[in-house]
Design a binder for this molecule. Structure first.
Ligand code: FES
Length: 314
């Protein structure tokens, strides 16, 4: 089957267990040819064997890469994304991959503060390697629960200005960032991690100049939850009714039924899958729609019906 323009079929040439529930994958062309280049903070979009499109940050040097290196954490409630990467991807597996994009680019600054939580270390480590190689000043703070759950622990610890903090899941032992934010400095801040960490940094940096604190947040949304129930989506233009099972998103159900859909992040953060909501009450789970849009639009990669069924326009 022909791939959409730009999409590449890459072979997994390496798989390495990094920490509890975290695996590193290396992807390359069969002929070893150079792949599209990228800069620190970039990601690729991978079609997992389970059929989901997922974004993963790139870890290796992107100037003339012959491989792409990503790390994937198996999320507890994942069904087609990270779970499929862990269960179904081995050396030799071929994956469809969209070329690198970078919405988390380093800007020129006198110094940098890099903050990572959990698997959010992936773009942050790529930045730290780049800044270190360039001899630029940076501070890195890496927060995880335990050493066993910490990918790239030795490498991060080897940076002279890095702090690794384990909180053992105890809210009273969370890292206190206030000293870094109390007085706005000259640095640019880059933060990637779970939603509570990014919300805290947003709150602490409210008095900083706009554009000085940067976030990468495509990892934060549960697409399907344990207590989700099935419902029906009707496509307004054709009247076709499609069942959305409890363990599939609207987007996946439409795709399974052969409907043409567009998507990118599939985690409710990019806005690509936005559809008109014609009838029904949505359970909005995205991070994109403004409150005033929520009666009329729905992000079908993550949101569902609150009760009853939905009518949408694709
Ligand atoms: S695909 Fe990105 S918000 Fe739905």
């Amino acid at each position: 089957m022909d791939l959409p323009e730009g999409r590449m079929a890459l072979t997994v040439t390496g798989r390495k267990e990094l920490a509890k529930d975290i695996c590193e994958f290396t992807l390359a062309r069969d002929d070893g040819a150079v792949l599209p280049s990228f800069t620190a903070g970039a990601h690729i979009t991978v079609e997992t064997p389970g059929g989901a499109m997922r974004r993963y940050s790139l870890l290796n040097d992107g100037s003339a890469p012959t491989s792409y290196v990503i790390a994937v954490k198996r999320e507890a409630n994942s069904r087609g994304g990270s779970a499929s990467m862990h269960a179904d991807v081995r050396e030799g597996t071929v994956l469809n991959v969209d070329p690198p994009e970078n919405e988390f680019e380093l800007v020129e600054a006198p110094k940098y503060l890099l903050i990572a939580g959990g698997i959010g270390i992936t773009p942050i480590l790529s930045m730290a390697r780049h800044l270190s190689a360039e001899g630029k000043a940076f501070r890195l703070i890496y927060c995880t629960r335990t050493p066993e759950e910490t990918a790239y622990l030795d490498e991060v610890s080897s940076f002279p200005t890095a702090t690794v903090h384990h909180d053992n899941g105890d809210i009273d032992d969370f890292y206190d960032f206030w000293d870094h934010f109390e007085k706005p400095g000259a640095e640019h801040v880059y933060c990637c991690g779970p939603a509570p960490l990014m919300e805290e940094i947003k709150a602490l940096s409210g008095h900083w100049t706009e554009g000085r604190v940067h976030f990468e947040d495509f990892a934060g949304v549960d697409v399907v939850r344990e207590d989700d129930v099935p419902f029906t989506v009707t496509i307004a233009s054709t009247g076709r009714e499609i069942e959305v099972p409890a363990d599939r998103s609207i987007l996946e159900a439409l795709r399974d039924a052969g409907e043409k859909t567009v998507s990118s992040c599939e985690s409710g953060t990019c806005g690509t899958c936005k559809c008109r909501l014609i009838e029904g009450e949505a359970d909005h789970r995205d991070l994109v729609l403004m409150d005033e849009e929520k009666d009329d639009y729905i992000m079908i990669c993550v949101s569902r019906a609150k009760s009853g069924d939905l009518v949408v326009d694709l």
